[in-house]
Design a protein around this ligand. Structure first.
Ligand SMILES: NC(=O)C1=CN([C@@H]2O[C@H](COP(=O)(O)OP(=O)(O)OC[C@H]3O[C@@H](n4cnc5c(N)ncnc54)[C@H](OP(=O)(O)O)[C@@H]3O)[C@@H](O)[C@H]2O)C=CC1
Ligand SMILES: Nc1nc(=O)c2c([nH]1)NC[C@@H]1CN(c3ccc(C(=O)N[C@@H](CCC(=O)O)C(=O)O)cc3)C=[N+]21
Length: 297
């Protein structure tokens, strides 16, 4: 039987475990604060922002939100960032990607105070991660590590193929999984749109992570017998549903499940873990800024 790895359940456990640390902070007179910044009105981003606000309420993190007009000058966004950097009640914040085309996301990230960069995207935090001294692990890669751990999947010596080399998923995940650590020690192959013979690279892997943003790119014929399949993709494809779309992963679920020993679904796999690890980083940031020792799950 193929195990379906339940991201909602694991994320819920992590939120439960975080309440202890939040209690410790409360005893020291502090409440963690997380802000989201959204420039423009990308509907998927709006959905995530709403979900993050609900997550915060559930665990007792103060949630803030800043909207910036999609047509505004980049300086308006930079000012909002400077305000968040200066606000002692905000321990962490993220600027939702993508930003409009006239804004340079790299420049945006450089302006975020690295101590409040709970996405882990600032060059200082990227550098620390690559050097094996991460302060904030990027939420999606960290969520993938926690999902694998929850399913008792040991990475040591395993061959992992990651499909996707983005700065927010593929690259940081590859860096984490090759690290000399209990949740690393894997041998990692990173694939992208110029990769020749993707199917051979995925078929030879013990663990396949699909993070390409290409609906159902990876099917069962590309999965080795008994492999573990982690589907990071969350793609909105138009469908005759109430919302007018349905969510589809980067993996063709049924055919991949027939080959895999364990697989994550979409929705309900990696997505909820990304949100849980954002709360984790926020609590960590608050502990560091308030100089309170907190136990993290
Ligand atoms: N579950 C979650 O929490 C999260 C989900 N996501 C989802 O994960 C997916 C990936 O996101 P993100 O990393 O931001 O995406 P990007 O578009 O930034 O990167 C996609 C990567 O996949 C590669 N790629 C695209 N098509 C193919 C293909 N046909 N064959 C091989 N490689 C391919 C690209 O190659 P190249 O570099 O050559 O262009 C690129 O490296 C999306 O569906 C996104 O919605 C993202 C973040 C969090
Ligand atoms: N600065 C920044 N940081 C991010 O972490 C970031 C970002 N920008 N831009 C977009 C991507 C995408 N992303 C997701 C988060 C949660 C779900 C999630 O919770 N998904 C649910 C369902 C969501 C739904 O119903 O639409 C699930 O898969 O079960 C998905 C995707 C974070 N990202």
């Amino acid at each position: 039987m193929t195990e379906i790895i339940d991201g909602n359940a694991v994320a819920s456990e992590i939120r439960d475990d975080l309440t202890d640390a939040i209690e410790t902070l409360a005893e020291a007179g502090s409440r963690p604060g997380l802000a989201t910044v959204l420039m423009g009105d990308d509907p998927a981003s709006q959905t995530y922002v709403n979900m993050k606000q609900r997550d915060c309420e559930e665990v007792g993190i103060e949630s803030h939100h800043v909207d910036v007009d999609g047509d505004a000058d980049p300086e308006v966004l930079y000012d909002a960032i400077a305000d968040l950097n200066d606000d002692p009640e905000i321990h962490g914040y993220i600027v939702q990607a993508p930003v409009p085309d006239h804004v340079d996301y790299r420049e945006v990230i450089r302006r975020v105070d690295p101590a409040k960069d709970v996405d882990g995207f600032h060059p200082e935090n990227v550098g620390r991660l690559v050097a094996g001294d991460a302060r904030f692990r990027p939420c999606t890669p960290h969520g993938v590590q926690k999902l694998l751990e929850s399913a008792d999947i040991d990475l040591e010596g395993k061959d992992v193929t990651i499909v996707g080399r983005s700065d927010i998923v593929g690259k940081p995940l590859a860096n984490l999984l090759i690290q000399k650590a209990d949740d690393g020690n894997a041998t990692v192959t990173v694939c992208h749109s110029r990769t020749e013979d993707l199917a051979t690279k995925t078929r030879n892997a013990d663990i396949v992570v699909a993070a390409a943003g290409a609906p159902e790119l990876v099917d069962g014929s590309m999965i080795g017998d008994g492999a573990v399949v982690i589907d990071v993709g969350v793609n909105r494809v138009s469908a005759d549903t109430e919302k007018g779309y349905e969510l589809v992963g980067d993996v063709e679920f049924e055919s991949a499940k027939a080959k895999a020993s364990a697989i994550t679904p979409v929705p309900g796999g990696v997505g909820p873990m990304t949100r849980a690890m954002l709360l984790y980083n926020t609590v960590k940031a608050a502990g560091l800024q308030e100089d309170v020792a907190v136990d993290l799950p």
